[in-house]
Design a protein around this ligand. Sequence first.
Ligand code: NAP
Ligand code: MG
Length: 398
Amino acid sequence: MDKIKMTTPLVEMDGDEMTRILWQMIKDELLLPFIDLKTEYYDLGLEYRNETNDQVTHDSAEATLKYGVAVKCATITPNAERMGEYDLKEMWKSPNGTIRARLDGTVFRAPIVVKGIDPMVKCWQGPVTIARHAYGDIYKNAEMKIGGPGKAELVYTALDGTETRALIHEFDGPGILQGVHNTEKSIRSFAKACFNYAIDTKQDLWFGTKDTISKKYDHTFKDIFQEIFDDEYKDKFDEAGISYFYTLIDDAVARVMRDKGGFIWACKNYDGDVMSDMVSSAFGSLAMMTSVLVSPAGVYEYEAAHGTVQRHYYQHLKGLETSTNSVATIFAWSGALRKRGELDGLTDLVNFADKLENATLATIESGRMTKDLGLITTLEDVKVLSSKEFILAIRERL
Ligand code: NAP
Ligand code: MG
């Protein structure tokens, strides 16, 4: 059989721990036998990030802007523990944070729905897709610990030197401070990405912020969404038979739990971080969720929404069998390959992506799955497979 050809390389961002192991297995068993795989490889594993003073992360983001499509493995965001474990020169920033700050845009996270894995929330009949703003707020903050009494102010200095000040707090003892920001440009592209995605997928769009408490910051998000909707999207939404619905974030949370699903929920950066873990867990597993960053420049970065599955990796290092779910990482590859195929007009590559996803879902529906799914499935006659056996079972079907 001739291997499927590619014309433009994918930007491949390798990662850490258990997901790095899965990454290689997926390439060896599910991709390289079928595709003449072209990638430009960036090793975002923590060791190499440390060796290059994190330059490799910045380079991988630039390459994504150049080629248009990237696929990323989960990576360690260092904390104090990791400093010692990896003998780090510095507590390097989160690669996802660095890449998102460079690309800007919106992360769409949708559950991978499969027969036999029923949502924990009984009324959900369709997927709940989270659209997470990927720029700013606490992910691009400045923080301070305050040692004792004193006055904290917000100061904005315009280019002509004029200052605008607002009192934050008069401290009478130690405390903490945080400054966050966003830009009108980024909020506008967030809004447009959400409206476009809603039209593309013919789903209603919900959006919630805390505009009653945050009368300037959150209210600006609300106002910009409404303005863009009224000016540019209202007619298109009517035509597509879908709606845009704004409510307070806490009201949105309460309604989501009672709704039948099948809509997109736009969230500010932090809300999206937290809610996507809730939604994916309620749909079965963190490993049953797709995640793609869509940037305003029209570039795409596909990834898994979960982390590096550290606990399983330590088992693996001890020589013990693991049963780690590779579905989200497989779907990151299939998503990236499909997009590359669409952009380059390669029907075979698009079809391969569909077949890879179908083979993955059919394997689970046949009762062969990893332990995380085995624990919650409604299917009978289930065979729980190891990390490797599961990938081999998919290959057999493929
Ligand atoms: P995690 O890797 O998401 O794993 C947390 C737990 O969720 C696991 O211990 C496992 O539960 C379960 N789990 C997650 N993915 C799974 C999978 N594919 N198959 C089966 N079970 C899965 O989070 P973490 O352990 O808190 O973080 C580990 C590292 O990942 C950290 O260094 C963090 O910085 C990094 N991280 C990276 C990203 C990213 O790059 N996108 C995102 C989040 C975290 P059981 O142990 O019960 O089996
Ligand atoms: Mg998170």
